[in-house]
Design a protein around this ligand. Structure first.
Ligand code: BES
Ligand code: ZN
Ligand code: ZN
Length: 501
């Protein structure tokens, strides 16, 4: 990250940046005084634009309108009492302003945190908003690389009293670390399948573990995975020329006196391309299927910064990585396969492959005495029908775990909503010939039946499943901080969850 971030105790008009961001609550009571003359002009402009500090409001005031050298930007935080939502207003507002100032070639921003209560959460959100906008996937174009280099924020100064510098700087460091994890996940997902194979995911995991003694890596190739009974996973892999791998990363905190850390297992769907297999997808549906390793990318993004964030939790990351392709050696509709936990699965549709690979990965996690298992997957198109592109679904067998994930999501501005698992739907997955079928006998509630399929492989351990088929990747622009393409959704939420355990 090339962004420089500092804390300073200077007045907004005296700091050395081109732009000053002024977060304000509804009613504008926390609008700072700059100088009598400028205050009056700003107030007049805000009145004419009907800007009152409502949640999500942003107004940019150029120098020409008020006779100053600086741009001022108002960021509406909404009701002062609604503290859990003000971070996201800040994130969106700072992103919206940074998008504009990037276009204007303005590279330095100050954020006025005088008069604010939740200083660290606002600093976190501001930095995230700006840096998520600064990201661009430029790997395959020199032109894009040049453009991105020239058009981004290079400096942020947080304006505040001196006693706040220490907590702000600490939060800035944590946020910067998290953002490198987010950028890694975005790069991995944006990379096309021509450049992102199971082997590449292994190479990424190797890089991560090579950088820290706290992170160990175990890789199972096809033969070793077969020995460990990952047969459902290996069935999906059969049709592709790419070799499949099971990736198991382990982070262990440095030894402490009280040494019985919680064990959290993260499982990410790692289909590097999902053609549908013999149940081939139509061209439209296949176009974006390089993103089907999004869950794996989230897990790798998280692991890439654990050694910096040093949480007091033992964390395992499991990715069963392969490609879903049609060929003479593909698994077929009608096949019966035996998962790692001994349950038999009738394959009725080879395009419901994610849940089959995850069945083995979840079984593996569940065998190993986890305190919690969280899986994240671009599992179903049906979740996008239900929730659209910015919201992820959460299914869980454990209320406390679900609450912790949702709280972490709110803190990150990532919208994760709890979804039901009505018992009567489990009949929909009945098979005539095997313990369970890989698709339900109805399209209704497809995201739910997929989640209920996964649950069969969790041995009743505390488990949560995040289906982020929508928010993993934007095909349209909805939010100021996410352009079209991969979002890195989940990395910040999981890191916030982990660091708060
Ligand atoms: N990878 C897809 C789900 C998906 C769709 C992710 C769109 C991201 C965007 C998954 O493997 C799949 O194909 N699911 C099928 C299941 C069906 C065959 C029961 C689907 O959603 O149509
Ligand atoms: Zn599929
Ligand atoms: Zn898939």
């Amino acid at each position: 990250m090339s962004l420089t971030v500092k804390s300073e105790n200077t007045k907004p008009n005296k700091c050395g940046t081109e732009v000053v961001l002024l977060p304000v609550h509804l009613g504008l009571k926390d609008l700072p005084s700059i100088s009598a003359k400028i205050d009056e002009k700003i107030k007049k402009i805000l009145k004419s634009r009907d800007c009152r500090g409502r949640w999500g409001e942003t107004e940019i005031i150029p120098p020409s309108l008020i006779g100053t050298e600086k741009f001022y930007a108002i960021i509406g935080l909404g009701e002062e009492t609604n503290t859990s939502k003000e971070g996201e207003a800040m994130r969106r507002g700072c992103a919206a302003v940074a998008s504009e100032t990037n276009k204007l070639g303005l590279k330095s921003l100050a954020v006025d945190l005088f008069h604010q209560k939740n200083i660290t959460s606002l600093a976190n959100a501001a930095l995230e908003g700006v840096e998520l906008v600064n990201y661009q996937f430029t790997c395959h174009s020199e032109k894009l690389t040049r453009q991105n280099k020239n058009n981004k924020t290079e400096k942020i100064i947080f304006l505040s009293e001196k006693e706040n510098f220490k907590p702000i700087n600490k939060e800035v460091k944590r946020t910067k670390d998290m953002l490198t994890g987010v950028a890694l996940a975005r790069d991995l997902i944006n990379q096309p399948a021509s450049h992102m194979s199971p082997r590449k995911l292994v190479a990424t995991a190797r890089d991560i573990s090579a950088k820290s003694d706290l992170i160990k890596l175990k890789i199972l190739d096809r033969k070793q995975a077969a020995k460990k009974n990952f047969n459902a996973f290996l069935s999906v892999a059969k049709g592709s020329g790419e070799e499949p791998y099971v990736i198991h990363l382990t982070y262990r905190p440095t030894a402490k006196k009280d040494n019985n850390p919680k064990k959290v297992w993260l499982v990410g769907k790692g289909i590097t391309f999902d053609s549908g297999g013999l149940s081939l997808k139509p061209a439209d549906g296949m176009q974006s299927m390089k993103i089907d390793m999004g869950g794996a990318a989230t897990v790798l993004g998280v692991f890439s910064v654990l050694a910096q964030l040093k949480p007091d939790v033992e964390i395992h990351g499991v990715i069963a990585a392969c490609e879903n392709m049609p060929s003479g050696s593909s698994y077929r509709p009608g096949d019966v396969i035996t998962a790692k936990n001994g349950k038999t699965i009738e394959v009725l549709n080879t395009d419901a492959e994610g849940r089959i690979t995850m069945a083995d990965a979840l079984s593996y996690a569940a065998e190993n005495n986890p305190d919690a298992i969280i899986d994240i997957a671009t599992l179903t198109g049906a979740s996008m029908i239900a929730l659209g592109e910015t919201v992820a679904g959460l299914w869980s067998s454990d209320n406390e775990l679900a609450d912790q994930i949702i709280t972490a999501g709110t803190q990150s501005g990532e919208n994760i909503e709890t979804m039901p698992m009505p018992v009567e739907y489990s009949d929909k997955l009945k098979s005539q010939v095997a313990d369970i079928a890989n698709i339900a006998d109805t399209r209704y509630g497809g995201a739910i039946t997929a989640a209920m399929f996964l649950k069969e492989f969790t041995r009743e351990k505390p488990w949560a499943h995040i289906d982020f088929a929508g928010p993993a990747y934007m095909s349209n622009k909805y939010l100021p901080y996410w352009d079209k393409g991969a979002t890195g959704f989940g990395v910040r939420t999981l890191l916030n969850y982990i660091t708060q355990l």
